[in-house]
Design a protein around this ligand. Structure first.
Ligand code: GLP
Length: 261
């Protein structure tokens, strides 16, 4: 059994330094297991981590890749789909063979069947080794919106009004944002062996405080990560600005080598 912090909080001065730390953690895992199964979040936040993977010119071609969520109704070629974004920004540049890529599609006829099949494939490859996550301003992880069942599996999920507003920018108007998504469930996410959650900017400060220092509640789905045994939360100063124990977390991270971590 590995010894380690349950929820490790890593606060860095800037977004770029935060991505660098997350990249270092991921690399350590890949060195241990070159065929690592990686779950990918989309959204703005992990872009700097993915850019580092691409710019490192290392080979990640033996890894297997899953995505966390997708807008229901968007075809795989739609540039706004998470699938297209991940292919454009990460999987294409990394030259990952198609046999190692398992991405949810938004244009499936029967999303419930697709969701069940996705769970079976995750199981068949031995489970997710490392899951990259972001967090929504309303506390969602993946598209598990507030009120989601804490034991949920991959399924369709109706998007919350806050999420529709947040995505209005990449669609022509809030009305055009798809109302449904397909997302790994909270239960699915909790089964990942290691979780790297990234959050940056002042807009995330409130939710990070509630996720890390508040109660575990379905109202803030990210708070359930307090129950996971290996989570690292990477933050820039702004996202960490409302943590009551900010200085404590920083001290721990700087001194963890003293206890052999
Ligand atoms: C989105 C996605 C998540 C993402 C999160 C944060 O709605 N469903 O996968 O992690 O919200 O997005 P961002 O990093 O752009 O703030």
């Amino acid at each position: 059994m590995e010894v380690g912090a349950l929820m490790e909080i890593v606060i860095q001065p800037s977004y770029e330094e935060m991505c660098e730390e997350a990249f270092r953690s991921l690399l350590q895992e890949v060195k241990k297991k070159p065929t690592l199964v990686l779950g990918l979040a989309t959204g703005k936040t992990p872009a700097g981590l993915y850019r580092r993977m691409v710019e490192s010119h290392r080979s990640f071609r033996r890894m297997r890749f899953f995505n966390l969520d997708e807008f229901f109704g968007l075809g795989p070629e739609d540039p706004r789909s998470f699938r297209a974004t991940l292919k454009r920004e990460l999987l294409g540049p990394l030259n990952v063979p198609a046999r190692n890529v398992y991405l949810l599609r938004g244009d499936v006829k029967d999303p419930n069947r697709a969701a069940e099949a996705y769970e079976r494939v995750i199981h068949a490859v031995g489970g997710i080794d490392v899951q990259v996550l972001g967090i929504g301003r309303n506390g969602h992880i993946g598209f598990n919106e507030p009120g989601s069942s804490l034991g949920s599996r991959t399924r369709t999920k109706t998007l919350d009004t806050k999420t529709l507003v947040d995505y209005a920018g990449i669609f022509a108007s809030p009305d055009e944002v798809p109302r449904f998504s397909i997302t790994m469930g909270i239960g699915t996410i909790l089964e990942a062996r290691r979780i790297l959650l990234l959050a940056a900017g002042r807009a995330k400060a409130d939710v990070i405080h509630r996720m890390v220092e508040g109660a575990v509640t379905a109202e803030i789905p990210g708070s359930v990560l307090q129950l996971h045994s290996r989570v690292s939360v990477f933050l820039d100063e702004e996202a960490a600005s409302k943590l009551a124990r900010r200085e404590y977390w920083k001290w721990i991270y700087a001194n963890k080598w003293r206890v052999g971590q």
